[in-house]
Design a protein around this ligand. Structure first.
Ligand SMILES: [Zn+2]
Length: 390
């Protein structure tokens, strides 16, 4: 393995050994900060608080000054390991077995964070360049995401940081390193349908009004037909009923109310407002006089896309040069902190292979973490060659 690869692997293992299950940090960010300071970065640790949520520690590190300003973004927090007995080895020991590092967060996404730091350190050590490199690292991505990236971006902007482009290290590849760059994400909206009838004895249905048949009819009307057929850069939007609740323990009572909860993953054809209006229309058409209400939770995940341009081409080129694979440009999958970054600058996501994220025996080949560091360094090479003129 190259020195760069070994550096990334060593740092990944050091990070995994800090059990930073959201909202704990357990020294993970200090381990990263130490490596970045050694490479000449100035590092600041910022803790954000909000009522009803745990305090979260975040890290902002910067090398150089001025434009162009390239940012790596990611999170050091991890999801809980689950049943320890089912792990091949301790999830926080970062043991290597058959060339693979095993541990919670290796894939999502301490491997990528380590690759960021190793690539940036190597690039900065090779000599002066025009511009700056930052790392925006939160400890609140897997949790409520309230005291994390969104606040860290605002905090950095208040202090004069202007980001030109950003790369997030979420695991984006379905099967092999180099498969896929995420250029955007679908939005996510949660809603509840409530149908109100009148409670009564099942033997006297004429005196009651059962809300369940209407709730079933309305739920089906919300879910079909399809919301759209997809757009140029997105799959079709999808509404999924995730719960249907009456909560009636009795066989001889017609209940008063029925509820269905649903989630919509939507593309750039929609806003939360236009979706709410469409669903209201669908429900009203199917109601046949039933007393229904639709309610939506606040939406902080709009659909967004970074249109293929010079930056997208540059990152795709660096991936292809290093791995020999031409990455697919995709907007599939769940939401990520990229939804907050897009308000500041164009943002892409590229990281490890995602197959074992959040699972027991989360793992990645050490060689792939080294290869990811080589890709990130190639991105920095190309970025400052292309964008740092004048
Ligand atoms: Zn993640």
């Amino acid at each position: 393995m190259t020195d760069l690869g070994q550096d990334a692997v060593d740092l990944c293992r050091a990070l995994v050994r800090r059990p930073s299950v959201t909202p704990q940090d357990a020294g993970a960010q200090e381990a990263l900060a130490a490596r970045l300071r050694q490479a000449g970065f100035s590092v600041e640790s910022v803790t954000f608080s909000a009522p009803g949520t745990p305090d979260v520690v975040n890290l902002f590190a910067r090398f150089g000054e001025g434009a162009p300003h390239f940012a790596f973004a990611g999170h050091t927090d991890v999801v809980p390991p689950g049943d320890l007995a089912r792990w091949r080895s301790d999830p926080f020991a970062a043991e290597i077995d058959g060339g693979e590092i095993i541990g919670r967060g290796v894939v999502d996404m301490k491997g990528a964070i380590a690759a960021f730091a190793a690539a940036a350190a190597s690039f900065c050590a090779r000599g002066p360049f025009k511009g700056s490199i930052s790392l925006l690292i939160t400890g609140d991505e897997e949790g409520p995401a309230i005291n994390g990236t969104e606040k860290l971006l605002a905090w950095a902007a208040e202090r004069g940081a202007r980001f030109d482009h950003c790369l997030v290290g979420e695991p984006t590849n379905p099967d092999a390193l180099g498969d896929m760059i995420k250029i955007g994400r679908r939005g996510s909206l949660n809603g509840t349908l409530t149908v109100t009838g009148r409670q009564g004895h099942v033997a006297y249905p004429q005196r009651a009004d059962n809300p369940i048949p209407a709730a079933m009819r309305l739920a089906q009307a919300l879910a079909a037909p399809p919301l759209d057929a997809g757009t140029a850069l997105f799959d079709p939007s999808n509404l999924e009923i995730v719960s249907f609740d009456v909560g009636n323990p009795a066989f001889n009572v017609i209940p008063a109310q029925a509820r269905a909860r649903f989630n919509i993953r939507f593309n750039d054809h929609w806003t939360p407002q236009s979706l709410a209006a469409e669903l209201q229309t669908r429900a009203a058409r199917a109601a046949q006089g039933a007393d229904f209400a639709l309610a939506f939770e606040p939406c902080n995940a709009l659909a967004f896309v970074t249109e293929p341009d010079a930056f997208v081409g540059l990152v795709a080129g660096a991936v292809e040069r290093t791995t020999g694979r031409r990455p697919k440009l995709s907007t599939s999958g769940g939401t990520s902190d990229a939804r907050f970054i897009r308000a500041y600058c164009p943002v892409l996501e590229f990281g490890l292979v995602g197959q074992t994220m959040h699972m027991v025996d989360e793992r990645a080949p050490a060689a792939e973490i080294g290869a990811l560091a080589a890709i990130y360094e190639a991105v920095l090479d190309d970025y400052f060659r292309v964008f740092a003129h004048g």
